[in-house]
Design a protein around this ligand. Sequence first.
Ligand SMILES: Nc1nc2c(ncn2[C@@H]2O[C@H](COP(=O)(O)OP(=O)(O)OP(=O)(O)O)[C@@H](O)[C@H]2O)c(=O)[nH]1
Ligand SMILES: [Mg+2]
Length: 242
Amino acid sequence: MPTFNEAENIDEALRKVRAAVPDADVLVVDDGSPDGTADLADGLNHELGQISVLRRTEKSGLGAAYRAGFRQGLDQGYESLVEMDSDLSHDPAALPALLSALESAADLVIGSRYVPGGSIPAWSWHRRALSRWGNRYSAGMLGLAVNDATAGYRAYRATMLRQIDLTAVKSEGYTFQIEMTYEVVQRGGRIVEVPIAFTDRVRGTSKMSGRIVVEALGRVTWWAVRDRLLGGGRRRRRALVA
Ligand SMILES: Nc1nc2c(ncn2[C@@H]2O[C@H](COP(=O)(O)OP(=O)(O)OP(=O)(O)O)[C@@H](O)[C@H]2O)c(=O)[nH]1
Ligand SMILES: [Mg+2]
């Protein structure tokens, strides 16, 4: 669970996670939140148990936080790794459904807003359009048979994550999710989308910015041109990793 200034949400989020999956170990990856999020999470560990906090010194973006979290989880030998926002947009009650889909036959389970049963909040028409068309553009350009490639509520099988060179995944924000989806698709991984109801953050402030949208558009277009038209940077890289 990546956090930056989630003091108003972390208590409720961790309690709900513990209630939904009592046996799971939780890792909070905090980027030095000035509002004391990391201390709150540590305090909850005394009460709830099985909560660790990875304290990073400065805000380095969501992609870097996920990479650090996955690295730690893989090093510690976990078989299933979940990522979810800490602002209660991702309902912890959906965790058992994500995990059981992963266990039955998937390398990546996406908590998806854009499959039947999934939903997004009453977003403004332009935020809705940006998300929907951003997804359509990415799927079309990269050949992803996925409806919600930007979703940040996901479960990965460790065997799949280990095949991906995380140090080579450079994206931040939503692009990180798209890039990881592309990596899984290129390795022939099986992806399952489970419907989720995404809710808007009620407390705290958003870290979303226009820069993230430009990053997504630029990178997706570049990968498509490189891999389809120029034929091969990605394939060479894959051979290196293998
Ligand atoms: N560790 C870390 N966590 C981050 C960083 N940026 C955002 N987060 C966390 O990542 C999650 C998603 O960020 P949000 O600000 O909610 O982004 P968003 O969901 O696109 O925007 P909203 O819809 O406005 O909530 C939250 O749990 C944030 O606290 C960062 O630089 N480092
Ligand atoms: Mg959010």
